[in-house]
Design a protein around this ligand. Sequence first.
Ligand code: ZN
Length: 185
Amino acid sequence: MAALKIAKLGNPILRQVAQPVDLNELTRPGENAIQAFMDDMIETMRAAHGAGLAAPQVSRSIQIVVLECLNNPRYPGRDEFPLTVLVNPRITRYGEEEVLGWESCLSLIDFRGLVPRSKQVTVDAHDRFGEKVHIEAEGFPAVALQHEIDHLNGIIFLERMADLTQLSYQEEFETYWLKQDVAAV
Ligand code: ZN
């Protein structure tokens, strides 16, 4: 496994709509490049202390996201969720209730922005071996799913912000906003 280079804001690949993965590729026997790529995505996410990573962020415009939040120093006090690998994910239902939370992104790691999201979402996808997955998520994992699946449509959290005056450098976020944030989501 190897940590991959993360595409940063301004790299056009972050603005492309990612292509669906051919599910037959997932179970192809022998040397399986796409399985190795998913392992590399997980390693890249963990090395950068991300709570999620989408394939376009490592310069592959295909519909794969990985998510995990376990004792993550970048998200203290947030709900934890286990390692999840999703292929061709779709949000099939957005709950009506909204939450506001300070998001960050490995593609603009120095920034935090206050983003309104649906508190609950339903996601239908496939796992890394092509099996169907149905997820009903609420709170921080629901927000993380929305953030990562946005990447597959070329959307960055900045476009989801209601008010750009609430964009902050990470250091200033920790100084002025972190304590209020823990209660917010
Ligand atoms: Zn991101």
